[in-house]
Design a protein around this ligand. Sequence first.
Ligand code: UDP
Length: 333
Amino acid sequence: MDVKKILICGGAGYIGSHMAQWLAAHGHVVTVLDNLSTGHQDAVRWGELIQADLLDPASLERAFLQQRFDAVMHFCARSLVGESITKPYRYYAANVTGTLNLLEAMRRHRVQRLVFSSTAAVFGNPIREVIDEEHPTFPINPYGASKLMAERVFADAAHAYGLRSVALRYFNAAGALPEHGIGEAHACETHLIPNVLRAALTDGPALKIFGDDYATHDGTCIRDYVHVQDLAQAHALALDFMDKHEGAHAFNLGNGQGFSVREVISAAASVVGKAIPYEIAPRRAGDPPSLVASSQKARELLGWQPQWTELAPIIESAWRWHRAPPSWFPTQQ
Ligand code: UDP
């Protein structure tokens, strides 16, 4: 096998830590770069941790001087839609300037391959039921806009410097690998599945459904949930893809099936074996009514084959994680 040395930026975070597990399990050499602002030192279980910040080019330079990487996987980002609307500068700084600094370090050190964590938020409000890569990109929040700007830079970098890149636009990342000691662990949790499971576990405030007056079959928003391990698989396949393909490429990653917020709550109730209390709250700014992926292109060109195609096992893996979290799991704010 062709062993690769991979730098995982943001490897102490949710998706990045699952990426490290996948690469190490497949014989690659992992180095994690993270500023630990939202990531966890204890989630860095595979490979060395370099504490550095993409907004501090000197710390990046030191990381790239340590060894020669074959490729970079870039998961560092601010990723909360609501916060991006109230604090847009933070989002453009972290997601655009931070990415530019990383690209510049890669250029100087002649690292020519990048896999980028992008998002369905680049599409904005969908004009078709199922979103493929040809769907127009009109982000409706600064988070999506910042990721799209980064994608645009990769296209320019391909022309100017020969950078090879793959942007993977995840729909809704979910699930965990509790058997490997990793899962979603945000101090300020905004995502639906962890919030549903927390409502099942605690007697705290009930889960809020953000809007039940959308033009969907039950009035709540529809999303396409994809297991974080399947996302990791796609990133690894993207590395192989770049061996054969120049230029900047983008792929959508989802299971191709949408579930409403109410359907997620009811699937979670079956997994945990009890009803989950909820209340209806106003819509959350920046939420499109429905986001469902076509991942045909990833299946055909990357050879991606998601293993977690049903919602219940995805939720069940998250449940095993949340019901018995590690000691370093953050207390919720
Ligand atoms: N959502 C909700 N209550 C919550 C968290 C999320 O109703 O406590 C809704 C949210 O409005 C969206 C869907 O669940 O329609 C998925 O939100 P999430 O934050 O998990 O992911 P996003 O689609 O924003 O990336």
